[in-house]
Design a protein around this ligand. Sequence first.
Ligand code: IPE
Ligand code: IPE
Ligand code: MG
Length: 240
Amino acid sequence: MPDILPVHLAIIMDGNGRWAKQRKMPRIMGHKKGVDVVNKVVRHASKLGIKYLSLFAFSMENWQRPGDEVSFLMRLLDEYIEKELNTILRENIRFTVTGNMEMIPEGTRNKLMNASDRSADNTGMTLNLALSYGGRAEIADAARQIARLAASGKLRPDDINEDNFLQFMYHPEIPDVDLLIRTSGELRISNFMLWRIAYSELYFTGKLWPDITEEDIDEAIEDFAGRTRRFGKTDDQVDI
Ligand code: IPE
Ligand code: IPE
Ligand code: MG
C-alpha cells in the first residue's frame, strides 16, 4: 500500500439496483448485497489507517423512490446498526451520521443516535454515514444558522470566511474530502458533500457497488497516491 493515504475517503456507493437487475432479481437484493460490501470496505479502510470514511448511503433525493424501496432501505439500515454496533465498538471506530435525521423513522434514528453516542470517544477511524443527506441542504442549513446568529447580534457578518464557514456545517471536525470514489460508471456528484469536495481527487469506476472488493479500494488509493495535488499552485511550488 502506498504511504500516501487520503485522510478523508468518501464513497458514493452506486449501482445496487443495476447489480440486481443483471441477475433478474428485485432491486432490494442489490441493496442487501451492498451492505455486505459496506462491512468489507469499512473493515478494510480501518485496517489501512484511513482516518475518516464517509459513505453515501441515502440521499435527500432518494426519498422520492417508491415507498417500498425506501422502507426496505430504512429496515436495512436498522438491521445494519443492530448487527454491526458491536463490531464498530470493538474496532475502536467512531460512528457518525450526517444528514437530515428528522426524516429518518424514529426507531431507526434512536439506534443511530445510540451508536454515535456509544462510539463518540473511540479514537480509530470515523465512519461517517451520509443518510437523508443533501450537499445543498447542508450549506443552506449552515447559512440559516449564520443568519440567525448575525440577526441576534452574536456574530459579525464580516467575520465569516471560508475557513470558519465549516464550523457551521454538519460535523465540522470532519475535514475536506481527499479522495472521492464513485462506483457504477456514473460521472456525477449527485449533491454529495459539495463544500468538502472543492479540491478532492475524483475516482470513477464502472464496477457496481455490490461487486466492489478490497482490491478496488486499494487501486483507487494507489491512483490517488500518484496524483499531484497543486491546489492552484505550480509543480515547483508543491515540490513533487
Ligand atoms: C445505490 O444504488 C444505493 C442507493 C442510492 C440507496 P442504486 O439503488 O442507486 O442503484 P442503481 O443506480 O439504481 O443501479
Ligand atoms: C447517489 O446515488 C446517492 C447514493 C449513492 C446514496 P443515486 O443513484 O441516487 O444518484 P443519481 O440519482 O443516479 O444521480
Ligand atoms: Mg443509483
